[in-house]
Design a protein around this ligand. Sequence first.
Ligand SMILES: [Cu+2]
Length: 141
Amino acid sequence: MGMGMGTHRNLRGTDDFPRCLALLTLLPLLALLALTLAGCGGSRASNEVDMGVAAFQQSSVSIKAGEAIHFVDPATGGTHVICVGQGLTCTAQSGAPAALNTADGITFNTGDTRDIIFPTAGTYNVICVIHPGMEVTITVS
Ligand SMILES: [Cu+2]
């Protein structure tokens, strides 16, 4: 009865080379990934408005007419009802997006995101009817 020693050949010499090749193939991919991540820079898009528990994280944001504001209510946010207005009151304003020109506002729940296009130049005060002082000025040029 043989112990089968002969079947365990030393294959080190043959499989080092392919592993080396695999690493070389991976390097450009890693470099690309690093560049992509660096491009993100960890900063938000300039058209983004983030919601906290009781406040917008930005006080003012500027965009061009026809561009969208990206409203984000993250996991750390809460329930918000937003519209164009003053104080805690929605007040329709000529040129404001229809979605925000409502008497009751639109509801954001935790995890919601919405892109709202501002088609017309102007200055729009976006408020939350639930949270006093929760407002952001959108300047559209
Ligand atoms: Cu709110």
